[in-house]
Design a protein around this ligand. Structure first.
Ligand SMILES: Nc1nc2c(ncn2[C@@H]2O[C@H](COP(=O)(O)OP(=O)(O)O)[C@@H](O)[C@H]2O)c(=O)[nH]1
Ligand SMILES: [Mg+2]
Length: 223
């Protein structure tokens, strides 16, 4: 049996592409966020509302990942931002190679930040780096407050957690969803995570998330 240690980590093909994307984006000083959640928690609605709320303040470019269809990219374009759709054709997560292919033709210089909406899934997307500066987790109140402890990987890695659909709580729907429990569980996994309760439908809480985004872009530019 031979055990050869060449003292060098061998990167997977995905890690190679993620590194390439990271270098490309770092050279251009562009913030790139990887948005991850279950299907239907409100990623596209949050993004469309963020584009509208930050019009004139921040230029957002979006890469949409879905198994099939251009529906989400069209929704983002309708909100006024550039959006490119990746259809994974069955894969439950975006790969760094797919993102690399899009970045080659994306108008990166014309935007301040790129947000990538990953395929709706709480598990696989958090296991594959795509060259992002950080991950944004979205959890809607309709999904139950036990998700951070049941799916810890995403919440442990995310820079931001958006707790969406808070309007439902006000209406008495999902009344057993305990926001304080979610916050406590998320902080236990990740003491630095920033948590913003929002309603992409009513706009409640969106300005705090938008301010965080603007500050994160400014910080990267001045670093
Ligand atoms: N009540 C409520 N519904 C929302 C909110 N955000 C999104 N939705 C609805 O949730 C559904 C899924 O939203 P979508 O943005 O497509 O989720 P995605 O699959 O994560 O991109 C749509 O019917 C949205 O209108 C919200 O803040 N409150
Ligand atoms: Mg979507």
């Amino acid at each position: 049996m031979y055990n050869v240690d060449i003292g060098k980590k061998i990167l997977s093909a995905n890690e190679e592409f993620a590194l390439k994307n990271r270098h490309f984006l770092a050279e251009k000083k562009k913030l790139c966020l990887n948005m991850i959640s279950s299907p239907g928690s409100g990623k596209t609605t949050i993004l469309a509302r963020t584009v509208t709320e930050l019009k004139g303040r921040l230029k957002i470019g979006v890469i949409e990942g879905d198994i099939q269809t251009e529906i989400d990219a069209k929704r983002i374009r309708a909100a006024g931002a550039v959006a490119v759709q990746i259809e994974t054709g069955g894969s439950c997560h975006l790969s760094a190679a797919q993102v690399s292919g899009v970045l080659e033709k994306f108008p990166v210089d014309e935007v301040d930040v790129i947000i990538i909406e990953n395929v709706g899934n709480l598990v696989c997307p958090s296991a594959f780096e795509i060259g992002e500066s950080g991950k944004i987790a979205v959890l809607s109140v309709a999904e139950g407050d036990d998700k951070p402890i049941k799916y810890p990987a995403l919440f442990a890695k995310a820079k931001v957690l958006l707790i969406n659909k808070t309007d439902m709580l006000a209406k008495g729907a999902s009344e057993d969803f305990d926001i304080e429990r979610v916050k406590a569980d998320a902080y236990k996994l990740n003491k630095d995570i920033e948590i913003f309760p929002v309603s992409a439908k009513t706009g409640d809480g969106m300005s705090q998330w938008c301010d965080w985004l603007v500050n994160a872009v400014e910080k990267l530019k001045s670093d």
